[in-house]
Design a binder for this molecule. Structure first.
Ligand code: GTP
Ligand code: MG
Length: 280
């Protein structure tokens, strides 16, 4: 019996040493270390997803269902922070019911009394975030949660400070926009590329992942509050020497609810772009 065990162990040692010689001892140690580091990183990381909502009653249940589906599957630790600005359509009541379904640890409600704008909605949400990473996305189903794991992988690949979803690289694209809307988006991106050389291809998109401390610094340095906030964030990131990675995303125009982009937003955008051109 003893002999049998001895020969079995000997066989095991020999096979590890001779049968798999292609991986050196150092290499195998590195592989084990990498695996351990990755696991540790993932177990330490938490992703806070900020969902600003204004009249998203039809969209909120679907986006929350998709978020939990994809994130639960990927195994990342996460929380979803809904920042509703007193939507008259009852979005907040729906959010409360969703909280009962998915749990208070996963769905966090941080409502405000009235519509105070998107920029300050993010600032409000960040204050309550417990994750070391923040993901910002729209709640109107234009941004698909399936891309989040690609954002996270991209961030981890080179330890990027910011990962920005881009409609203008690789397999990225826009679906459902009319010609005017495409022209406005392309025009805004083109002009900003020309004047500010931001080092990122999609400046007006808002589907992004940030290291929390980086986002805190970026927000402090941003002056604009409205629509143009997204563009300024990337310009400030370049100015402060933060690294920005990009992931191609497909953007689908909202099916439910109304668009809030109007002429005043376009004027605001051009004004802010010229301001940044003059000051950065
Ligand atoms: N909390 C809060 N959320 C807002 C406000 N304005 C817009 N949102 C939300 O921010 C996200 C982006 O706004 P959208 O209206 O979709 O802006 P957009 O995608 O540029 O334009 P459309 O999709 O065409 O309407 C959506 O989830 C909105 O519900 C606001 O003042 N406060
Ligand atoms: Mg939208």
């Amino acid at each position: 019996m003893v002999h049998y065990q001895f020969y079995l162990s000997l066989l095991l040692v020999l096979s590890i040493t001779f049968i798999s010689p292609r991986v050196s001892h150092k290499e195998s140690l590195n592989i084990v270390n990498d695996m351990a580091n990755e696991e540790m990183r993932d177990s330490e990381n938490k992703y806070s997803i900020l969902l600003p909502t204004y009249n998203e009653l039809e969209n909120l249940p679907i986006i929350i269902y998709l978020l939990t589906k994809y994130l639960d599957k990927s195994g990342y630790d996460y929380e979803i922070i809904v920042i509703d600005d007193g939507s008259p359509d009852g979005t907040l009541e729906a959010a409360k019911q969703l909280q009962n379904i998915y749990g208070k640890d996963k769905i966090i409600l941080r409502p405000r009394e009235k519509k105070l704008g998107l920029g300050t909605a993010y600032i409000h949400g960040i204050k309550h975030a417990t994750g070391n990473f923040i993901i910002i996305m729209d709640a109107d189903l234009s941004h698909h949660p399936k891309f989040i794991s690609q954002f996270i992988e991209k961030q981890q690949s080179e330890d990027f400070d910011v990962v920005s979803g881009s409609r203008y690289i690789g397999s990225g694209g826009v679906f459902g926009w009319d010609f005017k809307r495409k022209l406005v988006s392309r025009g805004a991106n083109f002009l900003t590329q020309l004047l500010l050389r931001p080092g990122a291809s999609d400046l007006t998109g808002s589907f992004r992942l940030y290291k929390k401390d980086v986002l805190d610094k970026l927000i402090k340095s941003c002056v604009s509050k409205g629509y143009v906030f997204q563009m300024e964030m990337i310009i400030r990131a370049r100015e402060l020497n933060f690294t920005v990675g990009e992931v191609p995303i497909t953007f689908v125009d909202r099916v439910y609810g109304e668009s809030k982009l109007g002429g005043s937003e376009i004027v605001q955008f051009v004004r802010a772009m010229l301001y940044l051109f003059a000051t950065t």
